[in-house]
Design a binder for this molecule. Structure first.
Ligand code: 16G
Ligand code: ZN
Length: 535
């Protein structure tokens, strides 16, 4: 009863704004920051309950709206593994976020606690780690989260301050594994494995040519500056750090660069030919690019191309080991450029498709010994199963130091430490791209030639009810409205290498159309005619 009184009292501090309807969706709750205090407070409560349910365990709560505009904010929860919170809890998240009164909220919590058999007020074993990006609204929202967390008795909130999303996930994962889990440990783990990989490059140990980073005026640029202090062998210039007056995500960052295919602010004619990389606002996505002429248009190396580079490198090491028993798999979404899928299949790789949204890709990648996943937008990582890493470490003991096999095993083990095993991480992704390019002796232009993207086109269609569109689990075909897929197939048939699909957005009230063909004209025309069918 004291627990209930405490919840009623604290929830009075955070009234639900009228007309707010929220859904946890593909990436947590997001919206205008001024409306989110009650939501974040409630997610604080949920995180405490999650921690108690899985006790003893630490849960992560991240305050960010990623690539969205600076006046937005959002909140998402990390499970003890460092992955997204189990989808089984999403309906409860939706319910409490939308509960219309403190009484309603408390009764929902009560029911849930009973059903899930969560024991509250026991030994005080609940712990939630909080992080936020650089948004000005973050501090106040973090306080709301703290109040939510500690309104559940036996739970403590630990403020970890400004972090990238992947840093918080990494730290939560490490903590629950009983490993060192500070931000410093994160940087040390990355730099140690990066240096190890650089030392394993068979020739040309030069520091490589200069890389220029667009930090999206967010947390990523700031953290890269810290990391730079740990590294002697990375020549990097960091722009759009947010300190020079630029606005978060405004005409900068990975989302902007990938969607608009033009240079971000702060880049121009002087950068022609230079290898450049953009992070998004919370540094869980990256895309590379370069300027081939003095114009604004760029050559984009998106998530698909990063995936291809990583897959090639991992495959090369496995070939040295002649290890037929390692299951290497690649996971893409329907948005992956068809040319990238052909390329990966051409390498003899198993390619599977998942629904859009990181949690879906992650789940499928985790089924392999080594699973590589990327969304075209630049979010992705490489997952190594624990058993496979153990096997590699044991195998290395039998190999003679310095042999090709020994080095291949060492590279794979170092990659498993470098690449964030919890979520996609722009910082570790950047380090691995840099390693692989130096290992191959490739320029960014050479990397870009792995394959040529098919022209594509995306259209958003506003409809009265986007849930009328239901797709197969890989989102490649529409099951509903009835008959629409036949009509789409009819359009596709008119174009050489035509491909198109529709899906309801998970983050906006629209239906999205994707189309691809051998020429831009064809891709545009296919996209438009499919959009007409949706209207
Ligand atoms: C979210 C997802 C992103 C996905 C996008 C699709 C995470 C962390 N983020 O931003 O992966 O590409 O949604 O948006 O899962 P849409 O459903 O509106 O097309
Ligand atoms: Zn992001």
């Amino acid at each position: 009863e004291t627990q209930i009184a405490s919840l009623l009292k604290s929830s009075d501090l955070f009234p639900l704004p009228q007309s707010l309807k929220l859904s946890y969706g593909t990436a947590g709750f997001r919206g205008d920051a001024t409306l989110l205090a009650s939501t974040v407070y409630r997610v604080g409560i949920l995180s405490s309950l999650r921690s108690l349910k899985l006790a003893p365990s630490t849960i992560g709560l991240m305050i960010t709206a990623s690539h969205n505009k600076v006046s937005d904010n959002g909140v998402k929860v990390s499970d003890p593994s460092g992955g997204m919170i189990s989808q089984e809890w999403e309906p409860f998240a939706d319910q409490i976020a939308n509960a219309s009164s403190p009484q309603k909220l408390v009764s929902l919590i009560r029911e849930f606690v009973e059903r899930e058999e969560i024991s509250i007020g026991g030994g005080g074993e609940g712990e939630v780690w909080l992080g936020r990006d650089t948004r000005p609204s973050g501090e106040a929202l973090l306080r709301a989260a703290e109040i939510g967390v500690s309104s559940v008795s036996g739970c403590v909130a630990v403020n970890k301050g400004v972090l990238t999303t992947p840093q918080l996930h990494w730290m939560v994962r490490a903590k629950n594994k009983g490993l060192n889990a500070t931000e410093k440990d994160y940087f040390e783990s990355l730099t140690t494995s990066f240096k190890c990989l650089i030392d394993l490059i068979p020739f040309n140990k030069s520091s490589g040519s200069k890389l220029v980073l667009d930090g999206a005026n967010g947390v990523g640029g700031e953290k890269m500056e810290v990391l730079k202090g740990y590294l002697s062998n990375l020549d990097i210039e960091i722009r759009n750090t947010g300190r020079d007056g630029g606005v978060l995500n405004e005409n900068v960052g990975a989302d902007f660069v990938q969607k608009e295919k033009v240079v971000p602010l702060g880049f121009g004619v002087n950068d022609v030919g230079v290898r450049c990389v953009s992070f998004d606002g919370d540094a869980d996505r990256l895309v590379y690019f370069y300027l081939s002429s003095g114009e604004k248009k760029i050559e984009l190396l998106d998530g698909d191309k990063i995936l291809s580079l990583f897959a090639l490198f991992v495959k090369e090491q496995l070939n040295v080991l002649d290890d037929g028993c390692c299951r290497l798999g690649v996971v893409q979404t329907a948005y992956a450029n068809g040319a990238s899928t052909d390329y990966l299949k051409g390498l003899g790789l198993e390619v599977v498709f998942a629904k859009t949204g990181v949690k879906h890709l992650h789940e499928k990648a985790a089924e392999f010994d080594v699973g590589i996943y990327f969304e075209a937008n630049g979010h992705g990582t490489i997952l190594f199963s624990e058993d496979y890493v153990t096997l590699l470490v044991d195998k290395r003991k039998e190999l003679s130091e310095g042999s090709d096999e020994y080095n291949a095993v060492s590279r794979l083990v170092a990659v498993s430490n470098l690449v964030n095993q919890a979520v996609g991480d722009a910082i570790s992704g950047l380090l691995l791209v840099e390693v692989v390019l130096r290992h191959m002796g490739w320029s960014v232009q050479k990397w870009n030639e792995l394959y040529k993207d098919l022209p594509s086109r995306q259209v958003k269609v506003e409809v009265p009810d986007r849930t009328a569109v239901v797709t197969t689990s890989e989102e490649t075909e529409a099951l509903r409205p009835l008959g629409i897929q036949d009509a789409i197939n009819g359009e596709i048939k008119k174009y050489r290498r035509g491909r198109a699909f529709i899906r309801p957005s998970g983050t906006e009230d629209v239906v999205r159309v994707y189309a691809e063909a051998t020429t831009q004209e064809d891709a545009d025309s296919l996209g438009d005619s499919v959009a007409q069918l949706v209207k």
